[in-house]
Design a protein. Sequence first.
Lengths: 261, 257
Amino acid sequence: MTALRIDQVSRTFPARAGNVPTRALEPTTLDVGDNDFVTILGPSGCGKSTLLRIIAGLDRPTSGRVTLDGREVTGPGADRGMVFQSYTLFPWLTVRENIAFGLRERGVAQAERHDIADAFIRRVGLSGFENHWPKQLSGGMQQRTAIARALANDPKILLLDEPFGALDNQTRALMQEMLLGIWERDQKTVLFVTHDIEEAIFLGSRVIVMSARPGRIKAEIAVDLPHPRSYKIKTTPEFVALKERLVEEIRTEALKVAEQA
Amino acid sequence: MRPLEPTTSKQRVAYGLAFFVLFVALWSWATFGGHVSKTFLANPLTMVQEGYELLAKQGFLFDIGMTIWRVIGGFVLAAVIAVPLGVLMGAYKPIEAFLEPFVSFARYLPASAFIPLLILWAGIGELQKLLVIFIGAVFQIILMVAVTVGATRRDLVEAAYTLGARDRGIIRRVLLPSAAPEIAEILRLVLGWAWTYVIVAELIGSSSGIGHMITDSQALLNTGQIIFGIIVIGLIGLISDFLFKAFNAWLFPWKLA
């Protein structure tokens, strides 16, 4: 069953004084099924974030359309939760209030909001930090809160735009395991954008490789590694074989970017 | 001393006081030493004496009260109108395009130049004093609040949208709380300016207030009273600034965390 359908979606940014218009995304078609975990892998500037922003409704496609459960996406909404690369917790709200933000916008009563928020705080391992301000948290903790905030809204699909991009390697690995654990347990449709090959394989059931600007889907590789996955899988021959293949794919694209620059 | 090296809080207080001591010492040297004529500058002791005289016998406390009430009245009036307008301008670009050119123009109209006109319109009563402060403050607040609200982090607004917020929610639960500490800072700054406007308003056509006392003392060549009046204004400014700062810190604990 298809939950999300991206149908011939393209994006061209209009010309700025003296420059030609920028083609960020070639017409792209992609179907994401229920409870699928799809990772989108590509070099910087390949339009993968643009694609995600269009799905979120934060940007409009130049052509084509996005539908979620048959309904066309025309703007942002609570049915598509998003986690950004930058730290986007509301600095004036505590961890608990941040996680309950979406519930509050929907008019959920305070007691219920707290219960749901606290459940997600436990899920992402932030018990004891309910009343902390975002400023008092490390980057990893902030992103965990951001994931909990998106999940607390119970969206149909979770969109993640390089959420661990600014974290150090060790924290990043732990965050990947945490996210995968949540997905394995709760089953959720997830679209995860990254430029990290290992991350794309470890998390995804499929890896979509995108070409350098203008972005288009270059390859789609199924990741047939069993679940639940532990970090140890990263050193298995199957994993390494997939990694080798993707390194080649991405390297060609990265070289193109370097030549263009 | 090395560039940007911090000092301890004790040292800070000591250095800050040291300058006041130095200032009074220079003043005493100039006046007691006979380097400046008494007609032009009273010495510190005379100033204190005159101040006591003012407070105890000439009902100066009433003047201080009048001035404070005018400042606060005009300032609150301006803030009540300017803050919502500024928020609307910052949030909605068509409203900004509609009002910004006029407000930018009006901001440069000197409040003191309006005094003769305001006397004509509103007489020399309290309304005229309030209006001077209102005109001096309202356009400044509108513009600065609009800029602050307009500079709200886009990614926070986008995050709120993806969490299901509608336009009203964006304004009430993202733009406002995000801009609130800055707006409080703007109000603190403009309150300081309001003090200058009130004194100017009281120098012309007034029968009470610190500014009025200063004009009266000028007629009597009583420099001690003038200086005392100026120092009182400075002290009240310092106190109100301190209170405002403490209030803001209490209001926005997440800023300091």
